[in-house]
Every structure is written in C-alpha cells, then in structure tokens.
Design a protein around this ligand. Structure first.
Ligand code: NMX
Ligand code: MLT
Length: 432
C-alpha cells in the first residue's frame, strides 16, 4: 500500500507545484466580513483529498457516498458492514481496494499494534476522574517517544522523504489506538480488568473485543461506526487542528493529540455524549423513559429558553439530515425491534427540526451524526457514555492522519493566516 500510495499521490506533487507557482495570482473567492465573524465558513483555504462535504448531499470519501461505501467496500461477511481498513485505503490511495488489500492492512496494523508500557503508565498516573478524552489525548502525546518522523527530522533527512517517515508513524499510531482506547475503557469502567488483543481480528472487531463486547452484533456496529466517523473534509475542528499542528512539522502524535483535544469540545465530538446526557436529563425531568412528542417539544423549548443548544442538531456546513445519521437509523431500523432510547431519538427527529427551524437564526435544524450514535452504542451494551467521544476519536484518526501523510508528500507549508484587530474590520465595514 505504501508503494501504491506513492505511485498515485506523487503524481499530484507536480500539480500542487504548478498551482503554487503558475496560478498563484488567480482569485478563487472573495472573503466577506460575515465569513470572518462566523468562523470562516465557506472560505476555501485548505487542501484535503480524502473527503469532501456538500451542504445538501453530505460527505463523500474520494467521491463515494456512505451508501456507496456500504455497498462497495470489502467486508468480512456479505451481510455485514465494510471494514474501516478499506476506507483508509480508499482515502489514502483514491481507489476502492480489493479484499486482499484490506486483509493486508489488518495484518499490518496488527503487527504494529504494540503500545509501549510508559503510555499505559501515563494513563494510570491520572485519576480515574480524568475525562476519557483527557486520558486519550495524553496517551497519544506520550507515545511521541516512538516517532520515526521526529527522529528522521532531527537526523537531517531531506524534506522530500518526510512523507515516508510520516507514513510509518501514522500506520503505527492508527494500529495502536484501539488498544489505548480499550485500555481507558476497561480502566475506568471495569476496575482495570484489561483484555489482550486478538491478532486474528480486524481493527474495529478487535477494539470491540478489547472493550469486552465480543458479540458479532457489536463488532458489526463498531465497523460501521469507525467508517462513518472517519473524515468530514478538512475544515472541521479535529481535522483542521491536526493539519495545522502538523504544518509546523510537529510529529503526528502531537498533531493528533491536539486534534483530539478539539474533538473533545461540546460543539464538536463531545456532542455524542451530550445527546445521551440530555435525553436522560429530559426523561428524568419528565418522569418517563417513553416521553410523548408533546413532552419532547416542551423540553426542546425549555432547552432553548435556557440559552443552551440542542445537542446532535445543527451543523456548520450541512443543510440537510446528516447521511451519517441516516446510515445509523437504517442500521437501527434493520436490527433493533424495540428500544425506548432509540424510539425517543426517532421521535426527536420528528419534533426538533420544526422547532429549531422556527427560531430564525439557526442555519440547519436537522440532526447530525451525534444525534444517533450514542443510542446505538447504548442499545448494544456500551452504556458508559462519557467514553463515546474516544470512539469518535479512534475513527477520526483514520482521515486526519491519511491527510497528514499527503500534507508531507505534497510539501505543504506552515499554515499562517492573518489576523487583525476588531477596529480594522470596523474600518473596512465603514469603507475606510
Ligand atoms: N440548538 C440551539 N441553537 C443552535 C443550534 C442548536 N442545535 N445550532 C445552532 N444554534 C445557534 C448557534 O448557537 C448560534 O447562536 P448565536 O448566534 O446566538 O451564537 C446560531 O444558532 C447560528 O449558528 P449556526 O450558524 O446555525 O451554527 P454554527 O455553524 O455556528 O454551529 C454547530 C454549528 C454544530 C456548532 C451548532 O449547530 C451546534 O451547536 N449544535 C449542537 C451541538 C452539536 O450537535 N455539535 C456536533 C456537531 C457535529 N460534530 O460531531 O462535530
Ligand atoms: C465532523 O464530523 O467533523 C462534524 O460533523 C463537524 C464538522 O464537519 O464541522
């Protein structure tokens, strides 16, 4: 896969150089004050090949939508879900892999998956009250001792070979994340009773196994989960942070650690915990685990009146129901007959959008990926929802780290946009 990646991606180096030199003056967009004041929405300023987000149709990975991936990517069992190994190959190489390519990645990750003892020691040094994402990002940063990219840089390697060392770091890092995540899970919720990896299992199946959830059903869900959360183009907080920190030639352990700290925020990946927390809060307050639609509507109004956001709804780019929400709903419709939490999530899907839509200022009243994921995990017995963002993080690493390898292959520079005092914008607004 390394050779195939280089063969395909190296063709783009010339394209990048050409754009940088011959087309440098071409204007591609105007930036408005509104865009600056609302978080740079819609300003084209990043290069990301792995995936692209469309406001009205959702995410595509190298041109393939989620339903297409679920049909075309290799899987272990014809009735199952695609393997995230195949999505990683697709993001990196740009082609749908053969079954054999996917098994090779599984094997490769399995041989690279040893986590050094000091990483577990760093986790164990923290109180169990430390949030799982605190433990996860600290463990990732602690593993920077293993960075071959950093060693190569310090030994003065020519910059045209950076990508090669980055590739190996990234493969090692991805291979080790399930073990770290499962270690935190077992430490926090199962009294440190850890479970060894099973080298015969695939990457996502092994994660479920090491967490102690060994049924075929949980492994199937884990594969779907790891595929749909893997990437959301380059501008979301976790992807952008990873890219930005990497642009200083920080090693990928630092870059991903920083990205994960962004994912931990409530407007980003923490929303997957917040959704479940908010639903239990509402069930508690209403006094029923089967609230009616009227009761749900009242609670949504109350949440808004309290100046809080309704978690799992809205998006910075999407203007429709997130296809990742739909994929999970289809999974639940297919495999789950009756579940009170899932029924409530489905009822919220009917109740919330018209209310948010009537507020006026909310750009997107529709559900995002986080509105469904927690209820599915909970249904299959992964009930420790303060852990959910770690699962999002394990998956997100696939996309942002594949991009980091490409960043170094293309030779992208340090990222350094300009900032101005508020007064500068005020003067611009009044035409001075
Ligand atoms: N509930 C209440 N208010 C909302 C919501 C919501 N779900 N979504 C947006 N708004 C508000 C937002 O807070 C802002 O208010 P103000 O002007 O007073 O600051 C206003 O509507 C305009 O925001 P938008 O332009 O619609 O959204 P923006 O691009 O700024 O933010 C999110 C996008 C996703 C951060 C926002 O919709 C949100 O906070 N949603 C709830 C949290 C969530 O589900 N996050 C997960 C996103 C997916 N992920 O995994 O990362
Ligand atoms: C993501 O998956 O990163 C979220 O949907 C947030 C985003 O795309 O901005």
């Amino acid at each position: 896969i390394k050779n195939r990646f280089y063969e395909k991606a190296s063709k783009c180096i010339g394209e990048y150089q050409k754009l940088k030199t011959e087309h440098a003056d071409k204007v591609i967009a105007n930036v408005t004050i509104g865009q600056v004041m609302t978080g740079m929405k819609g300003v084209p300023s990043l290069i990301t090949d792995t995936s692209k987000l469309d406001a009205n149709t959702g995410i595509t990975f190298r041109g393939y939508s989620i339903p297409e991936l679920r049909e075309k990517l290799p899987r272990l069992d014809p009735a199952g879900e695609p393997l995230p190994e195949g999505l990683y190959y697709l993001m990196l190489v740009g082609e749908i892999p053969e079954q054999e390519d996917v098994f090779n990645i599984s094997k490769d990750w399995s041989t690279r998956s040893h986590v050094p003892q000091h990483v577990f020691d760093v986790i164990d040094a923290m109180p169990k009250s430390a949030r799982p994402m605190t433990q996860f990002s600290a463990a990732i940063v602690a593993m920077a001792t293993e960075s071959v990219f950093q060693k190569a840089y310090r030994s003065g390697v020519n910059k045209k070979y950076y990508w090669d060392f980055m590739y190996d770091d990234v493969m090692n890092l991805i291979a080790r994340l399930p073990r770290i995540a499962a270690y935190i899970y077992r430490r926090n919720y199962f009294k440190d009773k850890h479970i060894e990896p099973d080298p015969r299992l695939d990457w996502a199946g092994n994660l479920a196994h090491m967490m102690g959830h060994d049924s075929d059903e949980v492994k199937r869900l884990m594969r779907l989960y790891m595929v749909i959360h893997a990437d959301h183009e380059g501008g979301n907080v976790s992807a952008h942070t990873t890219h930005l920190v990497g642009s200083a030639l920080s090693n990928p352990y630092y870059a991903l650690g920083a990205g994960m700290l962004g994912l931990a925020g409530p407007l980003h990946g923490y929303a997957n915990q917040d959704v479940i927390n908010w639903i239990f809060e509402l069930m508690n307050e209403i006094g029923s685990d089967e609230p009616t639609k009227e009761q749900l509507a009242d609670y949504v109004q109350k949440t808004l009146e309290a100046g809080r956001v309704v978690p799992g709804y809205g998006h910075a780019v999407l203007r429709v129901t997130d296809p990742r929400f739909t994929a999970q709903k289809e999974f639940a419709d297919k495999y789950i007959t009756h579940d009170k939490l899932i029924n409530t999530v489905n009822n919220l899907y009917e109740v919330v959008p018209p209310i948010l839509g009537s507020v006026g200022k909310i750009s997107n009243p529709w559900p995002n990926v986080d509105a469904y994921s927690g209820a599915l995990l909970y249904h299959y017995g992964i009930k420790e929802y303060s852990f959910y963002t770690v699962l999002f993080g394990v998956s997100r690493a696939l996309g942002v780290l594949a991009s980091l390898v490409m960043d170094r292959l293309y030779g992208l520079p340090i990222e350094r946009p300009s900032s101005y005092p508020l007064k500068w914008y005020r003067d611009k607004a009044s035409g001075e």
